[in-house]
Design a protein around this ligand. Sequence first.
Ligand code: ADP
Ligand code: X2W
Length: 239
Amino acid sequence: MIKVGGNAISQMDEKFFQRLRTLQNQDVHIVLVHGGGPMISAACEAKGLSVVKRQGIRVTDAQTMAITQNLVINTIQPKLLKLMADHGLDAVGANLPQAQPVLGEFLNQQDFGFVGTPTEIPASTLAAIDAGKIVIFGPLCQTTTGTWLNVNADSMAAFVAQTLQVNRLILVTDVPGLMYYGHVMPNVHEAQIQRLIDGDILTSGMVPKVTAAYKAIKAGVQQVEILNDISKPGTLVLL
Ligand SMILES: Nc1ncnc2c1ncn2[C@@H]1O[C@H](COP(=O)(O)OP(=O)(O)O)[C@@H](O)[C@H]1O
Ligand SMILES: CC(=O)N[C@@H](CCC(=O)OP(=O)(O)O)C(=O)O
């Protein structure tokens, strides 16, 4: 399973798609989760809305939610599907209007507004994965009463990885791994995390990423990596 952050979407190149083709030809099931944080922030700022994040999670009011939903469903996911098709990959979007939504519930409405925690992947989406299609999940879920919620894409990745019990979760971002004074840490252990946060080395969007990585590992995902090029090693996240 591959999670591609908003910044990394534009860095998906021929080499990336070639790697996906090779995996798909080897009957490896591939699932993609995408972000879109920078695009959501830019669209909010263009409308004069303030961007507020707490612990790397966007505080999402109703207007921000509408912008996020529109961007994911009408721009980012169709763009990714076209890129996949152009590169000979068989993919479907999990958040398009014709798909059944990923179900979820409010994370903490008082503190974060329309932010969700996903709870269930619909059977039709699971069937598409079983059929060997690359399913693309965006950072959205819906309550059982139909309210759309914004989900941090790293949390979505951990949830999907855990639900599908994937072997390998790759978090593709805009940095070559977890950086420590200008160097990529080849691996990181959970015992180091609090010290890295306290020392202001691990900050902003890297915090929910590392949190999601540990959630996935504890739920049984065997290998979790943070990197910016799937053909090179980045940081291996270890217990
Ligand atoms: N120790 C760290 N090593 C690498 N990146 C870090 C670190 N601490 C904070 N970051 C920030 O985390 C960012 C990646 O998180 P985020 O922007 O949420 O990425 P994505 O959109 O790919 O999920 C990096 O671009 C960097 O600015
Ligand atoms: C609730 C929450 O924080 N949602 C994220 C969803 C997008 C995301 O996570 O994108 P990246 O992977 O590019 O950071 C947001 O609104 O930015």
